[in-house]
Design a binder for this molecule. Structure first.
Ligand code: CA
Length: 229
């Protein structure tokens, strides 16, 4: 197995998208290797380790989700960053992709700028030394080192659980998480908590955020997300 590379593997059968992605990645300084089926992607992974995989959902031989499951089940690849490319607009599908172990997803059509921003954000997130960096959204700032949260420059009072929840949402902006996912990611695998607990903490978090509460949005029948829109 080769060492870390700057190659991004594109698994996509729509040639127009492959060309757009390839052009965008090269412009941003990455090497790009494109394959059109999950079988070719798996074959590639037997010889080379990409820095990240852009994985389409609908592929000719098999669903991209199937390949994702195979990647996550393999101890050589279970930490490999994967962004799903999806034409599906349904939030439920995105949640399903995240459940299967995707690190992020991008809905087609996407702009070259959005693509490079998401890739950079994911690589940053997967690099441990950046975990202690301050995070922000709108008027809100969170400092993971001092455990302080500021809104419009003023420090707010926030409980421990709400702080953890906010930190997680800030690290994954513009993404919807189900209550079960939040319990799992924020409170840990073995949390013996009910999903309603999440609603209670979201309520407290919004109260603590005051004027910045609109950053936390409810996505009906799915869950919650942090968004600046
Ligand atoms: Ca496709």
């Amino acid at each position: 197995m080769a060492g870390p590379s700057s190659t991004i593997l594109i698994v996509e059968d729509e040639l127009a998208i492959v060309e757009l992605v390839r052009f965008t990645l090269k412009g941003a300084g990455w090497d790009a290797h494109a394959v059109h089926t999950t079988a070719d992607a798996w074959e590639y992974l037997q010889h080379k380790r990409p820095q990240l995989i852009l994985l389409d959902w609908m592929l000719p031989d098999q669903s991209g989700l199937k390949l994702l499951a195979r990647i996550r089940a393999d101890r050589n690849f279970n930490t490999l960053p994967v962004i799903m490319l999806t034409a599906k607009g349904m939030e439920e599908d995105k949640v399903a992709g995240l459940d299967q172990g995707a690190d992020d997803y991008i809905t087609k059509p996407f702009s070259p700028r959005e693509l490079t921003a998401r890739i950079k954000a994911l690589i940053r997130r997967k690099t441990p030394e950046h975990a202690e960096m301050a995070m922000s959204a709108g008027s809100l700032e969170l400092d993971p080192v001092s455990c302080r949260v500021h809104v419009n420059g003023s420090q707010i009072e926030i409980g421990h659980a709400e702080f953890k929840l906010l930190k997680f949402l800030l690290a994954h902006p513009e993404r919807v998480f189900s209550r079960a996912q939040l319990l799992d990611k924020v409170w840990g695998d073995h949390a013996v908590l009910e999903e309603r607990t999440v609603d209670v903490h979201i309520l407290r978090l919004r109260k603590a955020l005051g004027t910045a509460e609109s950053l936390i949005q409810t996505v009906r029948s799915v869950g919650y997300m942090l968004t600046e829109k």
